[in-house]
Design a protein around this ligand. Structure first.
Ligand code: CA
Ligand code: CA
Length: 151
């Protein structure tokens, strides 16, 4: 990471979404830019409900599937070592990238610990994709742990 344009969909991600949804690359690009423009004026936060409010998705029986594909992209952004689990260290690394040096190490550490605590259902101190999706769907957690697109 470290490349600030890395938030654009990569070709392999487009290919994966295309395979899963049957959308063309240009349709996917268009939806993706709609997604990123859904931020309601504050800090690039998108919730699952925001995704599902998109008219094209609401009327499309594959809407849920497409949203899940984007969740997978978001999950992979956190899962730096690609083992399908988000560890506290990975959360910390992402937090570092998001907030830079404005917050003390101690505060970041407690944010990461709290996030794991809230999302971790089976108590293994890691967030699986399933736990990640569930956490995003719980309204109270949603505000704290929404997908943040770096920009
Ligand atoms: Ca991992
Ligand atoms: Ca877990």
């Amino acid at each position: 990471m470290g490349n600030r344009s890395s938030l654009l969909l990569r070709e392999e991600e487009i290919a994966q979404i295309q395979q899963e949804t049957g959308f063309t690359p240009s349709q996917i690009e268009r939806l993706y830019s709609r997604f990123t423009s859904l931020d309601r004026g504050d800090c690039g936060t998108l919730s699952r409900d925001d995704f599902l409010r998109i008219p094209e998705l609401a009327i499309n029986p594959l809407g849920e599937r497409i949203v899940n594909s984007f969740f997978q992209v978001a999950f992979k952004m956190y899962d730096l070592d690609n083992d399908d689990m988000i560890s506290k260290d990975e959360l910390l690394a992402i937090l570092h990238m998001m907030v830079g040096t404005n917050i003390s190490e101690e505060q970041l550490n407690s944010i990461a610990e709290r996030t794991i605590l809230e999302a971790d259902e089976d108590g293994d101190q890691m967030i699986s994709f399933e736990e990640f999706c569930k956490a995003l769907q719980r309204t109270d957690v949603e505000q704290k742990m929404s997908i943040r697109f770096l920009n």
